[in-house]
Design a binder for this molecule. Structure first.
Ligand SMILES: Cc1cc2nc3c(=O)[nH]c(=O)nc-3n(C[C@H](O)[C@H](O)[C@H](O)COP(=O)(O)OP(=O)(O)OC[C@H]3O[C@@H](n4cnc5c(N)ncnc54)[C@H](O)[C@@H]3O)c2cc1C
Length: 405
């Protein structure tokens, strides 16, 4: 009887393997599923399908058009289109059930501006308007008329997005994209990518925590704040790190009448309604790269920095009580606070979808679609996302976004 020769199991092959299945990874998966209609095999590897520590789950989930770069305005406009039409878009994947409608609260954003910042702010408003945004510039008197609860004494004015800005349900977006992708044949597995094999300038396979090896045609890095860990597995580097952000939900003894927007104070503190309560956060005093697993709170941030700023800007916020708080990670691109989207020039099937620096949720629809276009068509077909290409990183050529919160 012949002795059987041991043959190692053949690695499963997928045309595209996506590392990370939260908002960005699942958006990529959704658009790939939609465009390829079964002609591509796609695998999403997600290390924690509860998404407990993902940026997507811990996000404050707002969308605005008030950016300093026209391309970011256009990306958000597509985000708005997707958010507004999400229920209809998702209906085919929720037969007999209600599809998520994301509960979009279209309350707008109000950016407070110092007297010194007026010229630059007005220029930004004009730029945004020229791209179809509904941003308007309000002088202090007009601000006070519109928002009588606002202290305008030290303001030169403010820019207000009267439409197409607000906040929505981040997990609804993620779960909708995920459900749609799966319905169109994309596979999801609960596992962690621990290593990548690179040969001949390409990622040839990914190794999973369970030891399984999966070969791939294209590798998409959608690992959020852990993007650099995944890049390093291919011997690559991007300036993306987890930065802690503390969010606080509080009640106020005095309610704010009318339709309160997301107010961005001069101090960088933001505040907006959250049902009958309010949600706030800031750029914290301990800002900087954090440990990947450090989600520890910083309660004094509210007492020391946030409340004084809130009370100054909105004097009726004199009796507040924190109801809950959580810590999340921004996936901060320390080069220029903008996303990195596109293939690596040397490891040519390694795709970045990283570094969105606190605005990745609203950018996930356009990013997913753009990444799909690069993979399927070899170039952008709708929005030209080339300003976000990786090449600017080694060239140290920042594509700076000034309007970062
Ligand atoms: C407090 C806070 C407020 C924010 N506010 C806003 C806002 O108002 N508007 C906005 O647009 N954006 C906001 N953001 C940013 C936004 O949430 C993120 O940009 C966006 O969610 C990023 O999505 P992602 O899918 O890239 O990352 P994540 O949601 O972090 O997902 C990455 C996924 O990759 C998985 N993963 C990582 N490594 C591996 C691996 N080796 N193997 C397998 N899986 C892996 C993780 O488990 C995770 O699920 C905020 C973020 C925070 C923290």
């Amino acid at each position: 009887m012949p002795i059987p020769i041991y043959a190692p199991p053949k690695a499963r092959h997928y045309d595209v393997v996506i590392v990370g299945g939260a908002a960005v990874g699942s958006s990529v998966a959704y658009w790939l599923g939609l465009e390829a209609q079964g002609r591509l095999s796609v695998l999403v590897v997600e290390r924690d399908s509860t998404y407990e520590f993902s940026s997507t789950a811990l996000s404050t989930s707002a969308i605005r058009q008030q950016y300093s770069n026209p391309i970011n305005v256009k990306i958000s406009q597509f985000g708005i289109e997707v958010i507004r039409g999400f229920k209809e878009r998702m209906a085919p994947y929720f037969p007999g059930e209600a599809a998520p409608d994301l509960g979009f609260k279209e309350h707008g954003y109000l950016y407070c501006t110092s007297p010194e910042g007026v010229d630059a702010a007005r220029e930004r408003v004009e730029m945004q308007q020229s791209h179809g945004a509904h941003t308007v510039w309000l002088e202090p008197d007009a601000l006070l008329k519109q928002f009588p609860w606002l202290n305008v004494e030290d303001l030169g004015g403010g820019s207000w997005g009267s439409q197409a800005e607000g906040w929505f349900d981040s997990m609804g977006l993620l779960m909708g994209f995920r459900r749609g992708a799966r319905a169109m044949g994309v596979e999801y597995i609960d596992n962690r990518v621990t290593a990548l094999d690179v040969a001949g300038g390409k990622v040839t396979s990914v190794t999973l925590e369970t030891g399984e090896v999966v070969s791939c045609g294209t590798l998409v890095n959608a690992a959020g704040p852990r993007a650099q860990q995944v890049a390093a597995m291919a011997g690559l580097s991007i300036p993306v790190a987890p930065f802690k952000r503390y969010s606080f939900v509080f009640s106020s003894a005095t309610p704010i009448p009318g339709r309160m927007p997301n107010v961005i104070d001069l101090s960088g503190t933001f505040v907006r309604p959250e049902g009958p309560l309010f949600l706030t956060g800031n750029t914290p005093g301990d800002d900087g790269p954090a440990d990947y697993d450090d989600f520890g709170p910083r309660h004094e941030e509210f007492e020391d920095a946030i409340w004084p700023a809130l009370y100054h800007r909105i004097p009726c916020f004199d009796a507040l009580k924190v109801q809950s708080a959580w810590t999340g990670h921004y996936e901060m691109n320390t080069l220029d606070h903008n996303g990195i989207v596109g293939f690596h020039p040397e490891v040519t099937n390694f795709m970045f979808a990283n570094g969105f620096s606190g605005h990745g949720l609203q950018q996930s629809p356009a990013t997913g679609r753009g990444v799909m276009e690069l993979i399927v068509h070899g170039g952008f077909r709708t929005l030209d996302l080339t300003p976000f290409a990786y090449e600017r990183v080694p060239a140290n050529r920042p594509f700076l976004e000034e309007a970062v919160i």
